[in-house]
Design a protein around this ligand. Structure first.
Ligand code: AP5
Length: 213
């Protein structure tokens, strides 16, 4: 089964993707994580995209399609969760082409609906374990022991460079201009299932599982 988690910055895509990985053994393909990894390891591509990401703008289609193409080729059969990809109509067309080239199909697109006020709160309180990537929030999902990851015991908690008010404004504008047209694109194909992303993390997870049945 291959699925897309579609939604604005802070909608909870990464949080829910990690649960699906644990519970269904699927593979999470987060273009944001891949780009951050390239950025922190200082690769040529990482240096090229750093300023674009920090400002909250979208990286070129060519770069992200290349990243996904490489991952899809190493398919292990468990199914992919596309998290943060596609983000433009060109990326959506490229994904259809890449899947069909690999004899695969897209099985569902989960649209996570969250309003802007909640997104601002979520983004401003987010921190992540630098060791295993577990996602936390100051108020809604703090780690049990301050500064220590519940999942792996790591102590390298991080906040993202683009989780600030200015970059978030740009990220939201990019979402509404370039990514939200994908809602109509997938609705027209009959692939779209909206879920209430404003519910708590457990309830959102239940709605997604129901949609995937
Ligand atoms: P990316 O990393 O994809 O960021 P994003 O889409 O902005 O999404 P986020 O990771 O911010 O949010 P999320 O929906 O995963 O929410 P999370 O689960 O963390 O992209 C970063 C940048 O990379 C882009 O701006 C762009 O520059 C570039 N990029 C990436 N992909 C690209 C592409 N395809 N094309 C071009 N450029 C690309 O949750 C957020 C917080 O809320 C957490 O603290 C969490 O604990 C909390 N939370 C989650 N769910 C709930 C809930 N139900 N209730 C309460 N709190 C919750």
């Amino acid at each position: 089964m291959n699925i897309i988690l579609l939604g604005p910055p802070g909608a909870g895509k990464g949080t829910q993707a990690r649960r699906l990985v644990e519970e269904l053994g699927m593979i999470q393909l987060s273009t944001g994580d891949m780009l951050r990894e390239a950025k922190s390891s200082g690769t040529e591509m990482g240096l090229k995209v750093a300023a674009v990401m920090d400002a909250g703008e979208l990286v070129t289609d060519e770069i992200v399609i290349g990243l996904i193409d490489e991952k899809i080729r190493s398919d292990t059969g468990a199914g992919f969760i596309f998290d943060g990809f596609p983000r433009t109509l060109a990326q959506a067309d490229a994904l259809a082409e890449l899947l069909s080239r690999n004899g695969a199909t897209l099985d569902a697109v989960i649209e996570m609906r969250v309003d802007d006020a909640a997104l601002v709160k979520r983004i401003s309180g987010r921190y992540t374990c630098g060791t295993c990537g577990e996602v936390y929030h100051d108020e809604t999902r703090p780690s049990a022991v301050d500064g220590v990851c519940d999942n792996c015991g790591g102590t390298d908690m991080k906040r993202r460079a683009d989780d600030n008010a200015d970059a978030l404004k740009t990220r939201l504008m990019e979402y509404y201009k370039k990514t939200s047209p994908l809602i109509g694109y997938y609705y027209a194909k009959g692939d779209l299932t909206p879920v209430n992303g404003l519910a708590d993390i457990e309830d959102v997870a239940k709605s997604i599982k129901l949609a995937l049945r």
